[in-house]
Design a protein around this ligand. Structure first.
Ligand SMILES: [Zn+2]
Length: 151
């Protein structure tokens, strides 16, 4: 792997402002967000056939069972896809660019992918397939979201 050439003045990835982050968990997602507040990454898994179901859903898409267990993940991930937001589409994020929304694949889950922002990285350093590690962001007293940085 080659070392990326990074301009000295290229900014590190930023994050959208906390004021814009509001959650409305429902019966299917509340366990994920409750665990996140405790800095635990959990993914629901069907107790009948073992299929990971993410995003959380009412029925298993393989066997139609409703029962799930929440399996704690290691926090490791692999970058599946991403984009760099250089231009603020809203005035509220004008101080938050560049930020990097990413699709992160979790190992040992049958291909579960999670959307989260990348941190501690410059846009030119990001590579598809790079190893990532979880970093929790405590946004508000009752809201914590996962972010990922290069491992
Ligand atoms: Zn199932």
């Amino acid at each position: 792997m080659t070392t990326p050439i990074t301009p000295a003045d290229e900014p590190m990835a930023k994050l959208p402002p906390a004021e814009l982050i509001h959650l409305t968990p429902d019966v299917f997602t509340v366990h994920f967000w409750d665990a996140a507040r405790e800095h635990r990454l959990v993914v629901p898994r069907c107790t009948s056939c073992g299929t990971y179901r993410f995003p959380p859903s009412a029925f298993c898409f393989v066997c139609r069972t409703q029962d799930v267990e929440y399996v704690e993940q290691s926090g490791r991930g692999t970058l599946y896809s991403y984009t760099v937001a250089w231009h603020p589409l809203l005035p509220d994020v004008s101080e938050s660019v560049p930020y990097i929304p990413a699709v992160v694949e979790l190992p040992d889950t049958g291909g579960v992918r999670l959307i989260a922002n990348l941190v501690d990285v410059r846009p030119s350093e990001v590579r598809i397939g790079m190893d990532l590690e979880l970093v929790w962001r405590d946004v508000h007293d009752d809201v914590t979201v996962p972010t990922f940085r290069p491992a």
